[in-house]
Design a protein around this ligand. Structure first.
Ligand code: TYC
Length: 118
């Protein structure tokens, strides 16, 4: 069987990649836009029972703050009622909240931690 020229999909006899004048149609720009991921703050809340040292440890261990920054954030929470531990993508913020709450419960502290759209 002899080879026949292949026919692209579309109306018979018409190549959809070519305009009426027969010139090639080229996609000049990819118009799909990707939005940057939304960010979430992990916020820690004050309470009267969790030891300051435990909060400082959490800020160092789970949010990678150094001792000085962790101490300042802890004191801000202690005095103002809440403070931002870090800003992350949604999944990472949710994971941080889970890890902090699990560590607090293991240690028997009522420490609360939430995430908020930044
Ligand atoms: N207020 C606590 C205390 O006096 C310390 C503390 C700080 C607790 C920050 C929670 O997120 C917190 N021991």
């Amino acid at each position: 069987m002899p080879d026949e020229p292949t026919q692209p999909p579309g109306p018979p006899g018409q190549d959809p990649r070519r305009d009426d004048a027969g010139g090639a149609t080229v996609a000049e720009r990819e118009t799909l836009k990707t939005e940057p991921p939304r960010l979430y703050q992990v916020v820690m809340l004050n309470d009267d029972y969790t030891p300051m040292e435990f909060v400082i440890m959490v800020l160092q261990e789970y949010f990678k703050h150094d001792l000085e920054a962790a101490t300042l954030i802890m004191l801000k929470i202690h005095h103002e009622g809440r403070g931002v531990c870090g800003v992350f993508t949604k999944d990472l913020a949710a994971t941080k909240v889970e890890l902090v709450l699990a560590a607090a419960r293991r240690a028997g502290h009522p420490l609360q931690c939430i995430m908020e759209a930044a």
